[in-house]
Design a protein around this ligand. Structure first.
Ligand code: PXP
Length: 237
């Protein structure tokens, strides 16, 4: 079974648009769990434009599924994760002003830094995962650095999927095999959706976890819109 971890950044973005606590991020996370999510992912960024550091603290005691905190390991991020002690931390090499994550780590270039950071989390019993492109050398290095898992960056897969699913998935199957050979478990995420997810799962059945945010929240709007409009119209009868 591949677990679905719901990334709730977009819910926080909606809350932040109005200043008040609506929608309530903690309440929505609990609803995600109630409706079957097997994990909750948050990606606090330095400008706190969606998930805030306080949200991460508030969520921890409430959640009953896997809690995954992802982000760039700045000193503030590291402190937060060590304090909250989630099940998993996913390290992402995104710049402070990045719109969204768009590449995996260069584990060779940043080996010393990553070794130190991974060790800090590992010594507190937090499972570690590195966001990675489909590059054998990087995957082998991730294993050498002591990461428990890699999260395959699926943006390029999603982009190529519509044109040619077979060629889009090929590097991922090969990367997943390399990860397995090197003792790494595999997560995946970014731009996964209802169209491209079934083929990804079919091709790499042993993926441990996918984290999905953007498309899932858009689908929730699509699927809930009719019901919401009818409910409002009922108020006006
Ligand atoms: N994995 C990582 C490292 C991310 O930064 C994100 C986006 O926050 C995701 C997965 C989820 O991507 P999406 O929102 O496109 O489903």
């Amino acid at each position: 079974m591949t677990k679905l971890s719901v990334n709730i950044n977009k819910i926080a973005l909606l809350r932040n648009a109005r200043g008040a606590n609506y929608p309530n991020v903690c309440e929505m996370a609990l609803l995600c769990e109630k409706y079957g999510a097997e994990g909750i992912t948050v990606h606090p960024r330095p400008d706190e434009r969606h998930i805030r550091y306080k949200d991460v603290m508030d969520l921890k005691p409430l959640l009953s599924t896997e809690f995954n905190i992802e982000g760039y390991p700045s000193p503030t991020f590291i402190d937060l994760v060590l304090k909250v002690k989630p099940h998993q931390v996913t390290l992402v090499p995104d710049a402070p002003d990045a719109l969204t994550s768009s590449a995996g780590w260069d584990c060779l270039k940043h080996a010393t830094f990553l070794l130190e950071v991974l060790d800090a989390f590992c010594s507190k019993g937090i499972r570690t995962s590195l966001f990675i492109d489909t590059d054998n050398k990087q995957i082998e290095q991730a294993a050498k650095l002591g990461a428990d898992r890699i999260e395959l960056y699926t943006g390029p897969y999603a982009e190529r999927f519509a044109k040619n699913p077979e060629s889009a998935i090929k590097p991922y199957v090969q990367a997943a095999q390399t990860a397995r050979k090197n003792g790494l478990s595999i997560n995946a995420g970014h731009d996964l959706n209802l169209q491209n997810l079934p083929y990804f799962k079919l091709s790499i059945p042993y993926v441990e976890e996918v984290s999905i945010g953007h498309a899932l929240i858009v689908d929730a709007l699509h699927r809930g819109l009719e019901n919401s409009i009818q409910s409002y119209k009922n108020c006006l009868k």
